[in-house]
Design a protein around this ligand. Structure first.
Ligand code: NDP
Length: 482
């Protein structure tokens, strides 16, 4: 992610709410306790919504939509800019809440970065234009393509980047004149409720609603007859459930379903020069990122040097509680994800992989911390390669010829991102064209940009987010001809 400047924390202003003030606005003392994954302490209590709450929220959004769509576009632009101001004013408290609930550290490409990205995406979405297109204009015909609001958008999100992904779903939908009902992950509801509360300081009533709750709430939203479009980021299995539940109403869908991204390192690289970028491509958000590098294929000529350089970088990256300023890696967000990572690293070890660093969690330590783990000499068929680990464990696979690497990279049924690492840009671009992934980065991995479309191939989903294409995705095309 390139947009926000994360080098310095946002300075509090006079209007900055404290974390306690934010929590007071969104928590319900009688609700479900939400734990801090680093300590097990309770961050706050969240009200559990029901199907009836979804119906009410959708009804309010439906009622508010015509007036919101009828506003001049310039007013929606202005409100998105003011929403970005509000996020920036609350940035430090939002980052602290995000760090406590999600686990990610304040520093590095983590909590402050994520809140900064929320403001940056709001501003970029406000600045993006989707003009009427004249598609035919001759003596016989004048045809224009307009983009109208879809109506009510349901936004269902995951727990890894809860604030940023909410903004990715909400900002374009609002810009195009839709109203939105958000359903956060059960693991990170407070972050999303706090963010929507901040946005609602400036938005008109009922344009943006949120209902926290379990999968039943998500299922109700995604099958709701009065929801016209669902924006979903999460697992492929839930994406498939949403496709099924959308069928009766022919709901429009944007599905971002994660992946198992491959990176291919060609023999002409300088291992030292690329090691830091390789590391963050894989370990951003402690590996809990849909478009993180999850399988690293390295040419045999540079294999040992790349492994050694990665170990050196990994050793230098502190992992610990997010609120401690020195840390740049945190815990797994939840125990289920910890168990997936632990199982896959065990499978790698059992399969003969060499653990270069990590792989030795302390069973008595508090929190869901799994150490940064690099596994070499691993077979491409091993479960740590074939399954999405979604955590801090990277398999490094040796290859001898490029065709073999391409075949391995393309062999899975997902294809969100991929990367090619080479000092020859043209050769890297040629290789990129052979990879089955929605985005192929060259000499970097996972950097998203608010103006560059982002979406998946194969079972990583369909539909595009960001930029002009992202606006089109939350609109209905209408041709006016004659
Ligand atoms: P899920 O796909 O289960 O959850 C994502 C969201 O969908 C949550 O808000 C969830 O609600 C909601 N949901 C659950 N069931 C339904 C349903 N039937 N209809 C509509 N919405 C529903 O992801 P998990 O959090 O369980 O993570 C599982 C795996 O998914 C991870 O191990 C990882 O591999 C992948 N993942 C990918 C992400 C990505 O960025 N693409 C992000 C997170 C996970 P609730 O939380 O209440 O169940």
């Amino acid at each position: 992610m390139t947009a926000p400047d994360v080098s310095t924390p946002v300075q509090p202003t006079q209007d900055t709410p404290t974390l306690q003030q934010l929590l007071d606005r969104i928590t319900d003392p009688g609700g479900r306790p939400v734990p801090d994954p680093a300590t097990g302490e309770v961050v706050g209590h969240v009200a559990q919504g029901s199907a009836t709450d979804v119906d009410d929220a959708v009804a309010r959004a439906r009622a508010a939509q015509p007036a919101w769509a009828a506003r001049p576009d310039a007013e929606r632009v202005e409100l998105l800019q003011r929403a970005a101001d509000a996020v920036e004013a609350a940035a430090e408290s939002l980052a602290e809440l995000l760090s406590r609930e999600q686990g990610k550290p304040l520093n590095g490409p983590n909590a402050r970065f994520e809140v900064g990205a929320c403001a940056a995406w709001l501003r970029a979405t406000a600045a993006t234009e989707l003009p009427v297109e004249t598609v035919v204009d001759d003596a016989d015909e004048h045809a224009e393509l307009h983009y109208r609001p879809v109506g009510v958008v349901g936004a269902i999100g995951p727990w890894n980047w809860p604030m940023m992904i909410t903004i990715w779903q909400v900002a374009p939908a609002l810009r195009m004149g839709n109203t939105v009902v958000v359903k956060p992950s059960e693991y990170t509801p407070l972050s999303v409720l706090a963010l929507t509360a901040v946005l609602n300081e400036v938005l008109p009533a009922n344009v943006l609603g949120a209902v926290a709750g379990d999968g039943e709430v998500g299922a109700r939203l995604s099958g709701h007859p009065d929801v016209d479009k669902v924006m979903f980021t999460g697992s492929t299995a839930t994406g498939q459930a949403i496709i099924r539940s959308s069928a009766d109403t022919v709901k429009r869908l944007t599905l971002e379903l994660g992946g198992n991204d491959a990176g291919i390192v060609l023999p002409d690289v300088d291992p030292q020069a690329i090691a830091q970028d390789l590391f963050w491509g894989a370990f951003i958000n402690t590996g809990q990122t849909c478009a993180a590098l999850k399988r690293l294929y390295v040419h045999t000529d540079v294999y040992d040097e790349v492994c050694a350089a990665l170990v050196e970088v990994a050793r230098a990256m502190p992992m610990g509680r997010g609120l401690e300023e020195q840390n740049v890696l945190g815990p797994l967000q939840n125990r289920a994800q910890y168990d997936i990572v632990a199982r896959l690293v065990d499978a790698a070890r059992d399969g003969g992989g060499t653990i270069l660093i990590g792989g030795d969690p302390d069973p008595d330590a508090p929190g869901n911390f799994y150490p940064t783990t690099l596994v070499a000499d691993i077979d491409d068929e091993n479960a740590l390669v074939a399954e999405e680990q979604f955590g801090p464990a990277l398999p490094i696979i040796r290859f001898r010829d490029v065709d073999q690497a391409v075949a391995m990279a393309n062999r899975l049924d997902v294809g969100l991102g991929a990367s090619v690492w080479s000092s020859d840009r043209d050769a890297a671009r040629d290789l990129a064209a052979r990879l089955e992934a929605g985005t192929v980065w060259i000499n970097k991995h996972g950097g998203v940009h608010p103006m560059i479309p982002f979406g998946g191939h194969k079972r990583s989903g369909y539909g595009l987010e960001f930029g002009v294409e992202g606006l089109k995705a939350v609109a209905v095309p209408q041709v006016i001809s004659g």
